[in-house]
Design a protein around this ligand. Structure first.
Ligand code: CDP
Ligand code: CDP
Length: 223
Protein backbone atom coordinates (compact mmCIF):
# COMPACT_ATOMS: atom_id res chain seq x y z
CA UNK A 1 0.00 0.00 0.00
CA UNK A 2 1.80 3.05 -1.34
CA UNK A 3 0.02 5.56 0.91
CA UNK A 4 1.48 4.04 4.09
CA UNK A 5 4.57 6.06 5.06
CA UNK A 6 8.01 4.46 5.17
CA UNK A 7 11.27 5.79 6.56
CA UNK A 8 14.25 3.97 5.10
CA UNK A 9 17.58 3.71 6.93
CA UNK A 10 20.39 2.28 4.85
CA UNK A 11 24.08 2.13 5.59
CA UNK A 12 27.10 -0.04 6.27
CA UNK A 13 27.39 -2.58 9.06
CA UNK A 14 27.35 -1.27 12.64
CA UNK A 15 26.47 2.27 11.60
CA UNK A 16 23.55 2.03 14.03
CA UNK A 17 20.72 1.34 11.57
CA UNK A 18 18.90 -1.27 13.63
CA UNK A 19 19.17 0.69 16.87
CA UNK A 20 17.99 3.93 15.29
CA UNK A 21 15.22 2.22 13.29
CA UNK A 22 13.69 0.58 16.35
CA UNK A 23 13.86 3.75 18.46
CA UNK A 24 12.34 5.89 15.71
CA UNK A 25 9.59 3.29 15.15
CA UNK A 26 8.91 3.21 18.88
CA UNK A 27 8.54 7.00 18.98
CA UNK A 28 6.20 7.05 16.00
CA UNK A 29 4.31 3.88 16.96
CA UNK A 30 5.28 2.29 13.64
CA UNK A 31 6.42 -1.19 12.56
CA UNK A 32 10.02 -2.14 11.79
CA UNK A 33 11.65 -4.22 9.11
CA UNK A 34 15.12 -5.55 9.87
CA UNK A 35 15.83 -6.58 6.28
CA UNK A 36 19.32 -7.80 7.11
CA UNK A 37 17.71 -10.47 9.28
CA UNK A 38 16.14 -12.01 6.16
CA UNK A 39 19.56 -12.34 4.52
CA UNK A 40 21.00 -13.67 7.78
CA UNK A 41 18.13 -16.19 8.07
CA UNK A 42 18.75 -17.32 4.50
CA UNK A 43 22.44 -17.76 5.32
CA UNK A 44 21.68 -19.69 8.51
CA UNK A 45 19.20 -21.89 6.70
CA UNK A 46 21.92 -22.74 4.13
CA UNK A 47 24.40 -23.43 6.90
CA UNK A 48 21.99 -25.77 8.68
CA UNK A 49 20.96 -27.59 5.50
CA UNK A 50 24.48 -27.88 4.15
CA UNK A 51 23.67 -25.71 1.12
CA UNK A 52 26.71 -24.29 -0.70
CA UNK A 53 26.24 -20.48 -0.71
CA UNK A 54 27.76 -20.34 -4.21
CA UNK A 55 24.89 -22.45 -5.57
CA UNK A 56 22.43 -19.71 -6.53
CA UNK A 57 19.45 -21.96 -7.33
CA UNK A 58 19.71 -23.77 -4.02
CA UNK A 59 20.13 -20.55 -2.03
CA UNK A 60 17.15 -19.08 -3.88
CA UNK A 61 15.15 -22.14 -2.86
CA UNK A 62 16.19 -21.62 0.78
CA UNK A 63 15.15 -17.93 0.59
CA UNK A 64 11.77 -18.77 -0.93
CA UNK A 65 11.08 -21.40 1.70
CA UNK A 66 12.15 -19.57 4.85
CA UNK A 67 9.88 -20.71 7.64
CA UNK A 68 10.23 -17.73 9.94
CA UNK A 69 8.23 -15.84 12.50
CA UNK A 70 9.08 -12.36 13.79
CA UNK A 71 8.00 -11.79 17.36
CA UNK A 72 10.03 -8.72 18.22
CA UNK A 73 12.73 -8.94 19.54
CA UNK A 74 12.70 -12.69 18.89
CA UNK A 75 13.02 -14.39 15.54
CA UNK A 76 12.08 -18.04 15.05
CA UNK A 77 13.10 -20.34 12.21
CA UNK A 78 11.55 -23.80 11.90
CA UNK A 79 10.27 -23.25 15.44
CA UNK A 80 13.74 -22.53 16.90
CA UNK A 81 14.60 -19.19 18.51
CA UNK A 82 17.48 -18.09 16.25
CA UNK A 83 17.69 -14.46 17.48
CA UNK A 84 21.27 -14.96 18.73
CA UNK A 85 22.39 -17.49 16.12
CA UNK A 86 21.78 -15.10 13.22
CA UNK A 87 23.88 -12.34 14.86
CA UNK A 88 27.11 -14.33 14.72
CA UNK A 89 29.78 -12.74 12.54
CA UNK A 90 30.08 -15.99 10.55
CA UNK A 91 26.40 -15.73 9.63
CA UNK A 92 26.79 -12.02 8.81
CA UNK A 93 29.62 -12.81 6.44
CA UNK A 94 27.64 -15.59 4.76
CA UNK A 95 24.64 -13.24 4.60
CA UNK A 96 26.61 -10.73 2.57
CA UNK A 97 27.59 -13.54 0.17
CA UNK A 98 24.01 -14.76 -0.35
CA UNK A 99 22.87 -11.13 -0.62
CA UNK A 100 25.00 -10.70 -3.76
CA UNK A 101 22.86 -13.28 -5.62
CA UNK A 102 20.11 -11.58 -7.70
CA UNK A 103 17.69 -14.52 -7.45
CA UNK A 104 17.94 -14.40 -3.67
CA UNK A 105 17.21 -10.66 -3.58
CA UNK A 106 14.24 -11.20 -5.87
CA UNK A 107 12.95 -14.03 -3.67
CA UNK A 108 12.96 -11.73 -0.62
CA UNK A 109 11.53 -8.61 -2.27
CA UNK A 110 7.79 -9.13 -1.80
CA UNK A 111 8.30 -10.52 1.70
CA UNK A 112 9.94 -7.20 2.64
CA UNK A 113 7.22 -5.07 1.01
CA UNK A 114 4.61 -6.99 3.00
CA UNK A 115 5.95 -5.28 6.14
CA UNK A 116 4.45 -1.99 4.92
CA UNK A 117 1.48 -1.95 7.24
CA UNK A 118 -0.38 1.05 8.78
CA UNK A 119 0.37 3.32 10.49
CA UNK A 120 3.90 3.20 9.06
CA UNK A 121 7.19 1.35 8.69
CA UNK A 122 10.84 2.03 9.46
CA UNK A 123 12.97 -0.31 7.36
CA UNK A 124 16.72 -0.73 7.74
CA UNK A 125 19.21 -2.38 5.43
CA UNK A 126 21.25 -1.65 2.34
CA UNK A 127 18.64 -1.12 -0.39
CA UNK A 128 15.52 0.02 1.48
CA UNK A 129 15.56 3.42 -0.26
CA UNK A 130 16.97 2.31 -3.63
CA UNK A 131 15.06 -0.89 -4.40
CA UNK A 132 12.51 -2.04 -1.83
CA UNK A 133 10.73 1.25 -1.02
CA UNK A 134 11.88 3.70 -3.73
CA UNK A 135 8.80 5.87 -3.06
CA UNK A 136 9.57 6.31 0.68
CA UNK A 137 8.97 9.93 1.73
CA UNK A 138 12.07 9.96 3.97
CA UNK A 139 15.34 8.20 3.23
CA UNK A 140 18.36 8.19 5.51
CA UNK A 141 21.86 7.01 4.65
CA UNK A 142 23.64 6.38 7.93
CA UNK A 143 27.43 6.44 7.99
CA UNK A 144 30.18 6.15 10.56
CA UNK A 145 33.95 5.70 10.27
CA UNK A 146 35.04 2.07 9.99
CA UNK A 147 37.09 2.29 13.22
CA UNK A 148 34.10 3.68 15.12
CA UNK A 149 31.87 0.94 13.73
CA UNK A 150 34.34 -1.81 14.65
CA UNK A 151 34.52 -0.41 18.18
CA UNK A 152 30.73 -0.29 18.47
CA UNK A 153 30.45 -3.89 17.28
CA UNK A 154 33.22 -4.96 19.67
CA UNK A 155 31.46 -3.34 22.62
CA UNK A 156 28.10 -4.79 21.56
CA UNK A 157 29.60 -8.30 21.43
CA UNK A 158 31.44 -8.01 24.72
CA UNK A 159 28.21 -6.85 26.39
CA UNK A 160 26.70 -10.13 25.23
CA UNK A 161 29.63 -12.02 26.72
CA UNK A 162 31.14 -12.80 23.33
CA UNK A 163 34.85 -12.05 23.13
CA UNK A 164 35.85 -10.22 19.98
CA UNK A 165 39.12 -9.10 18.50
CA UNK A 166 39.03 -5.49 17.30
CA UNK A 167 41.59 -6.00 14.55
CA UNK A 168 39.78 -8.95 13.02
CA UNK A 169 36.39 -7.24 13.43
CA UNK A 170 37.72 -4.23 11.53
CA UNK A 171 39.08 -6.46 8.77
CA UNK A 172 35.78 -8.38 8.48
CA UNK A 173 33.78 -5.16 8.47
CA UNK A 174 35.92 -3.68 5.68
CA UNK A 175 35.60 -6.86 3.61
CA UNK A 176 31.82 -6.86 4.06
CA UNK A 177 31.56 -3.13 3.22
CA UNK A 178 33.56 -3.72 0.07
CA UNK A 179 31.39 -6.67 -0.97
CA UNK A 180 28.16 -4.75 -0.25
CA UNK A 181 29.35 -1.64 -2.13
CA UNK A 182 30.80 -3.28 -5.19
CA UNK A 183 28.13 -5.85 -6.01
CA UNK A 184 26.17 -5.37 -9.24
CA UNK A 185 22.73 -5.91 -7.72
CA UNK A 186 21.41 -3.46 -5.14
CA UNK A 187 24.84 -2.20 -4.04
CA UNK A 188 25.17 -0.13 -0.89
CA UNK A 189 24.78 3.41 -2.24
CA UNK A 190 22.71 6.35 -1.00
CA UNK A 191 19.27 6.47 -2.63
CA UNK A 192 18.39 9.52 -4.65
CA UNK A 193 17.21 12.19 -2.24
CA UNK A 194 18.62 10.38 0.82
CA UNK A 195 19.78 12.47 3.77
CA UNK A 196 23.34 11.49 4.61
CA UNK A 197 23.92 11.32 8.36
CA UNK A 198 27.43 10.68 9.69
CA UNK A 199 26.97 9.28 13.19
CA UNK A 200 30.69 8.92 14.03
CA UNK A 201 30.47 11.75 16.56
CA UNK A 202 26.76 11.49 17.40
CA UNK A 203 25.03 9.72 20.27
CA UNK A 204 22.13 7.39 19.57
CA UNK A 205 19.69 10.00 20.88
CA UNK A 206 21.14 12.69 18.61
CA UNK A 207 20.68 10.51 15.56
CA UNK A 208 17.12 9.57 16.59
CA UNK A 209 16.25 13.26 17.07
CA UNK A 210 17.75 14.12 13.70
CA UNK A 211 15.58 11.52 11.94
CA UNK A 212 12.45 12.60 13.85
CA UNK A 213 13.16 16.25 12.99
CA UNK A 214 13.48 15.38 9.32
CA UNK A 215 10.24 13.42 9.51
CA UNK A 216 8.29 16.19 11.22
CA UNK A 217 9.47 18.57 8.50
CA UNK A 218 7.82 16.28 5.95
CA UNK A 219 4.83 15.03 7.89
CA UNK A 220 3.59 18.45 9.01
CA UNK A 221 3.26 20.62 5.93
CA UNK A 222 4.09 24.25 6.63
CA UNK A 223 1.32 26.71 5.92
O1 CDP B 1 23.87 -5.56 11.20
P1 CDP B 1 24.68 -5.45 9.97
O2 CDP B 1 24.61 -4.11 9.33
O3 CDP B 1 26.06 -5.95 10.12
O4 CDP B 1 24.12 -6.46 8.91
P2 CDP B 1 22.65 -6.70 8.47
O5 CDP B 1 21.95 -5.43 8.22
O6 CDP B 1 22.05 -7.67 9.41
O7 CDP B 1 22.88 -7.41 7.06
C1 CDP B 1 23.67 -8.57 6.86
C2 CDP B 1 24.07 -8.63 5.39
O8 CDP B 1 22.88 -8.75 4.59
C3 CDP B 1 24.77 -7.36 4.88
O9 CDP B 1 26.17 -7.47 4.89
C4 CDP B 1 24.28 -7.23 3.45
O10 CDP B 1 25.15 -7.86 2.55
C5 CDP B 1 22.98 -7.97 3.41
N1 CDP B 1 21.83 -7.07 3.29
C6 CDP B 1 21.47 -6.66 2.04
O11 CDP B 1 22.12 -7.01 1.06
N2 CDP B 1 20.38 -5.87 1.85
C7 CDP B 1 19.66 -5.45 2.90
N3 CDP B 1 18.59 -4.70 2.69
C8 CDP B 1 20.04 -5.83 4.21
C9 CDP B 1 21.14 -6.63 4.38
O1 CDP C 1 22.16 -2.23 12.45
P1 CDP C 1 23.61 -1.83 12.38
O2 CDP C 1 24.53 -2.97 12.09
O3 CDP C 1 23.86 -0.69 11.45
O4 CDP C 1 24.03 -1.25 13.80
P2 CDP C 1 23.44 -1.49 15.27
O5 CDP C 1 23.55 -2.92 15.61
O6 CDP C 1 22.13 -0.83 15.40
O7 CDP C 1 24.44 -0.61 16.15
C1 CDP C 1 25.74 -1.03 16.46
C2 CDP C 1 26.11 -0.54 17.85
O8 CDP C 1 26.43 0.84 17.79
C3 CDP C 1 25.02 -0.67 18.91
O9 CDP C 1 25.56 -1.25 20.06
C4 CDP C 1 24.58 0.75 19.19
O10 CDP C 1 24.19 0.94 20.52
C5 CDP C 1 25.83 1.52 18.86
N1 CDP C 1 25.61 2.91 18.43
C6 CDP C 1 26.27 3.93 19.04
O11 CDP C 1 27.02 3.65 19.93
N2 CDP C 1 26.12 5.23 18.68
C7 CDP C 1 25.32 5.56 17.69
N3 CDP C 1 25.18 6.83 17.33
C8 CDP C 1 24.63 4.52 17.04
C9 CDP C 1 24.81 3.19 17.44
Amino acid sequence: EQSIPVITIDGPTASGKGTIASLVAQRLGWHTLDSGALYRLTALSCLRRGVDVQDEAQVQHAAQNLNVRFDYPHIYMDGDDVSDAIRQEEVGNLASQVAALPLVREALLQRQRDFRVAPGLVGDGRDMGTVVFPDAPLKIFLLADAEVRAQRRCKQLSEKGISANLTSLLADLRARDERDRSRTHAPLVPAQGAHIVDSSQLSIQEVVNKVLDLWSGIAVPTA
